[in-house]
Design a protein around this ligand. Structure first.
Ligand SMILES: [Zn+2]
Ligand SMILES: [Zn+2]
Length: 142
């Protein structure tokens, strides 16, 4: 059991998670590029009940490439992206790794949607890469 803490840029949203991530990965899809303004979204999925959130989070819903709903949560004050709920992964919520107080708590296990990666993105040679969404079993950290 690990305890992870984190916050948005302004500190208006803080969270504590008492669980080991069940899925980790860097998502390079266009939606994650747009919503983060960056090359990819580094995400760790944890059970919803293990995450306690303090402060107001606003969710924006979009439809993912495979037709499923994705709700991305951000701080309405500073705009930092913090969380996401994906319809196809009920019971789980993802945390954007950049918001962790201890960045080393995140260990990406795979790179997802690399077919949509920006030409200026850098993906390590040794990374496990998937063109789209991999089976969840491929993204378990160990
Ligand atoms: Zn904030
Ligand atoms: Zn994505």
């Amino acid at each position: 059991m690990t305890t992870m803490t984190g916050s948005c840029l302004c500190g208006g949203v803080k969270y504590t998670c008492n669980a080991t991530p069940v899925i980790t990965g860097n998502c390079h899809c266009r939606d994650c590029q747009r919503s983060s303004g960056s090359a990819y979204a580094p995400t760790l999925f944890v059970p919803v009940e293990a995450l306690s959130i303090h402060g107001e989070v606003r969710y924006f819903q979009s439809i993912g490439g495979s037709g499923f709903k994705v709700d991305r949560g951000f701080c309405p004050n500073c705009g930092s992206p913090l969380f996401a709920k994906v319809e196809v992964m009920p019971g789980l919520i993802s945390i954007r790794a950049g918001t962790l107080d201890d960045p080393s708590a995140y260990v990406p296990s795979a790179d997802l949607f690399v077919s949509q990666a920006a030409p200026w993105d850098h993906i390590p040679d040794g990374a496990m890469k998937f063109d789209g969404m991999p089976p969840q079993s491929a993204c378990r950290p160990d």
